[in-house]
Design a protein around this ligand. Structure first.
Ligand SMILES: *[C@@H]1O[C@H](CO)[C@@H](O)[C@H](O)[C@H]1NC(C)=O
Ligand SMILES: *[C@@H]1O[C@H](CO)[C@@H](O)[C@H](O)[C@H]1NC(C)=O
Ligand SMILES: *[C@@H]1O[C@H](CO)[C@@H](O)[C@H](O)[C@H]1NC(C)=O
Ligand SMILES: *[C@@H]1O[C@H](CO)[C@@H](O)[C@H](O)[C@H]1NC(C)=O
Ligand SMILES: *[C@@H]1O[C@H](CO)[C@@H](O)[C@H](O)[C@H]1NC(C)=O
Ligand SMILES: *[C@@H]1O[C@H](CO)[C@@H](O)[C@H](O)[C@H]1NC(C)=O
Ligand SMILES: *[C@@H]1O[C@H](CO)[C@@H](O)[C@H](O)[C@H]1NC(C)=O
Ligand SMILES: *[C@@H]1O[C@H](CO)[C@@H](O)[C@H](O)[C@H]1NC(C)=O
Ligand SMILES: *[C@@H]1O[C@H](CO)[C@@H](O)[C@H](O)[C@H]1NC(C)=O
Length: 668
């Protein structure tokens, strides 16, 4: 990855372009239309095409929105494309979040002030490698719901959401003085099995009802006739998406079958590609992307680069593909701006291409933000999850004869602890497994009387041999690793979704603890003092298990004084740790899993750090911490100034490349 020389780091970030004065527009002059007779757009009556880049405000802290947008502007883009994830804004039915990092209107205003137009993609389904493709998990409270269809319960929820969101967007439309030139309906609907035109008609109708008849609505589908057949609708302008591997002529011929006239549009031209845990980091070669962009622009097409900056799946927001393969915390995407917003070689190469077709802004490009290696921080064990249930589950557990799903206990993300007792003595020759093929979603950390037994995994490990006496406490801490975001199986229930059997009979009488990890971490787990329960010391007391109990570790570090401009961004890595979740000062940075890879470091944006007090690190290690095998005294994490998201060390190398992409091992 290209990095600017150190001296330029002294230039501070974005010059303040944001004048306080709001510009006043002659609204009646602002028009944005299709010009069918000349295969182009007309903006205020003049020929127009966009060169746009995708940015997801929900993957970038608000603190950095302006910096990233300005870098996009300086690359020569005249527009940005953005999704709106419904589940990010309506975490529980009727409870809306639109402030702080959720302030989508402010984000659009910032783009506007910088002179960037906006291509809005409000879903309601967005895919985006985002939990459940942006749909709220609570929709699954109706178990039989058919998502993305005319299912009346789905439509009722969608209708209610659009009635909240779209009126906020209306004043931001181009013709109303704002930056939004076009609005996408649904997302790649043609690749979904339902092929329900009534659903598309419903959406088109609601979009027009809320946004007015002047709004230019469009659809996007993979450049394949079958996809466009189910994804397009009269009155919605049909566009296609495709990457570097595709023959541009052929791809646009597909669009032409559905739109004989009008602008050619690639709504997602891939600058890189997504990752999955356990697969090599995806990359796309700069020369290939640049050549392909040149070809698209030379044809006069309007293009959106997906992604221009990928950002981060903070907390629990990553999605998954099927067969079940969750995406990691980084959504770097090998995009022109890195996950941390750094300028890359690809950024400058694409800027050079754009420069051949239009003027790019003069003046300094905001430099990559400086990074700082704060070094090693020792963590100490505080308490196992099972010892902190009073703090993690203050409302107490739910009792149920048979297991309940996350949805049934109204927990949407994170972890639920399922507890019962062993009916008889087991000497390690009896297997526990789920009664259905993938009944454990997605990963259960199993222990008996505080002795770790191993893992049951949706993807691989399906059977576990149990040791313990009759009456011993059997705990399954189940992790939701991210809901499926693409394809037929987006109705992804979490938790124990079927019965568990032991010695081939069904286990009953469960005590189920929904865990509120965020509140518990913010309350410092009720105090940092370690508990002295020797039963839960986490060591391998017997059995062949190579696991320790899911346990919280804490530590803190101070920002050094005497160095100007601290705190700065950094990356945290987990030498010897296995898999878990990490918070700094209560901010949930996401999942780490260096034992699986390819991601090894997590991005730590500087705005969550403070110089005025020690910064608290909380780690929930689910499998095995480095200090529990008797060979080392301390568990340490380390802050470094370079990201490692493509480690080849952690990968077993058994995974195939994704078709049509240059996927290769790549250590940044
Ligand atoms: C706004 O534009 C319209 C149409 O071009 C024009 O008739 C009107 O005079 C303009 N108003 C102002 C205040 O400039
Ligand atoms: C792309 O497709 C067009 C139309 O089918 C064809 O004429 C052309 O040779 C193809 N180009 C390449 C590089 O394969
Ligand atoms: C397993 O179940 C069978 C009856 O189905 C019973 O005879 C046997 O004792 C059980 N074994 C253990 C170890 O619980
Ligand atoms: C466990 O008990 C069974 C009989 O119930 C016996 O066949 C088996 O050898 C025992 N296994 C071990 C590891 O002790
Ligand atoms: C568990 O088994 C019982 C009895 O067969 C059945 O009624 C129940 O639906 C099952 N529960 C799940 C979650 O599969
Ligand atoms: C489950 O609980 C019920 C009610 O408390 C009790 O009657 C039953 O014996 C329990 N079953 C098992 C297997 O412990
Ligand atoms: C346990 O796992 C660690 C880390 O994967 C490995 O280094 C170690 O050899 C394993 N120990 C045993 C006894 O399998
Ligand atoms: C910070 O860490 C030090 C050990 O490095 C410890 O003594 C101190 O109690 C910690 N402070 C807090 C607030 O946890
Ligand atoms: C760190 O935790 C301590 C409590 O142990 C708390 O007093 C302090 O405010 C926390 N620091 C920050 C920066 O949140």
């Amino acid at each position: 990855m290209f990095r600017v020389p150190l001296c330029s780091l002294l230039l501070l970030s974005a010059p303040l372009l944001l004048g306080a004065a709001h510009r006043v527009y002659n609204v009646s002059q602002r028009t944005f239309e299709l010009d069918y007779s000349h295969d182009r757009f007309l903006k205020d009556g003049l020929p127009f095409r966009y060169i746009s880049g995708s940015i997801h405000y929900f993957r970038i802290p608000r603190f950095y929105w302006e910096d990233r947008l300005l870098k996009m502007k300086m690359a020569g883009l005249n527009a940005i494309q953005m999704y709106v994830p419904w589940n990010f804004h309506e975490p529980r039915p009727g409870q809306y979040e639109f402030s702080g990092d959720h302030d989508v209107e402010y984000f659009i205003h910032l783009a506007h002030e910088l002179g960037l137009l906006v291509i809005l993609r409000p879903g309601p389904y967005i895919c985006a490698e985002w939990d459940m493709g942006g749909l709220p998990a609570w929709l699954l409270e109706k178990e039989s719901i058919v998502l993305r269809s005319s299912d009346p319960d789905y439509l009722a929820a969608v209708d209610k959401w659009l009635t909240v969101l779209l009126p906020k967007m209306k004043p931001l439309l181009y013709q109303n003085g704002g930056p939004i030139i076009t609005v996408q309906v649904e997302n790649e609907y043609g690749s979904y099995f339902a092929c329900d035109y009534d659903y598309l008609r419903f959406l088109a109708h609601r979009f027009r009802y809320h946004l007015g008849n002047d709004v230019l609505l469009f659809t996007t589908d993979g450049a394949n006739e079958n996809f466009l057949r189910c994804g397009t609708l009269q009155g919605l302008y049909a566009t296609v998406d495709f990457g570097t591997g595709k023959n541009v002529t052929q791809a646009f011929l597909i669009q032409r079958k559905f739109e004989p006239k009008g602008p050619l549009i690639n709504s997602e031209f891939y600058t890189g590609w997504l990752d999955h845990w356990g697969e090599p980091h995806s990359t796309a070669k700069t020369e290939v992307v640049a050549a392909s962009l040149y070809e698209l622009l030379a044809r006069g097409a309007s293009v959106n680069l997906y992604m221009f900056i990928g950002g981060t799946n903070f907390a629990y927001w990553n999605g998954a593909n099927t067969p079940y393969a969750p995406q990691p915390t980084s959504y770097d995407y090998d995009a022109p701006l890195s996950e941390a917003g750094d300028l890359t070689e690809k950024y400058f190469a694409l800027r050079n291409v754009i420069q051949k077709f239009k003027e790019v802004p003069k003046g300094p490009i905001p430099p990559s933000t400086p990074k700082f290696a704060y070094g090693k921080v020792a963590l100490r064990k505080v308490k196992a999850v099972a010892e902190a249930l009073d703090i993690l589950c203050p409302n107490g557990p739910v009792k149920s004869l048979y297991p309940l799903t996350f949805i049934q206990v109204k927990q949407y993300f994170g972890y639920v602890l399922y507890r019962t007792t062993l009916p008889e003595d087991y000497n390690g020759s009896m297997p526990i497994f789920s009664s259905s093929f993938d009944g454990v979603r997605d990963r259960a950390y199993v222990s008996v009387d505080g002795v770790p037994q191993g893992i049951l995994d949706r993807d691989s490990g399906k059977v576990l041999y149990i040791q313990g006496k009759a009456g011993a406490v059997l705990d399954l801490l189940v992790e939701n690793m991210g809901r499926v975001n693409y394809g037929r199986y987006i109705r992804d229930f979490k938790g124990l979704i079927s019965n568990m059997t032991l010695n081939f009979s069904i286990l009953t009488n469960w005590t189920i603890f929904p865990l509120d990890t965020e509140a518990a971490v913010l309350s410092h787990l009720g105090g940092w003092e370690a508990h002295g329960d020797s039963r839960h010391d986490g060591h391998l007391t017997f059995g062949s298990s190579n696991f320790t109990l899911p346990t919280f570790y804490v530590g803190n570090f101070s920002i050094p004084s005497g160095i100007p401009d601290l705190p700065q961004d950094t990356f945290i890595q987990f030498p010897g740790w296995t898999k878990g979740q990490v918070w700094i000062n209560g901010f949930n940075l996401g999942r780490y899993w260096p034992a699986r890879g390819p991601q090894v470091t997590l991005f730590v944006p500087r705005h969550i750090l403070t110089t005025s007090a020690p910064n608290n690190i909380t780690v929930l290690e689910l499998e095995r911490a480095p200090c529990t095998d008797g060979t080392s005294e301390l568990c340490t994490v380390e802050f470094v100034d370079r990201p490692v998201i493509g480690s080849s060390l952690a990968i077993s190398g058994r995974f195939p490349d994704r078709s049509g992409q240059d996927s290769q091992l790549n250590t940044l």
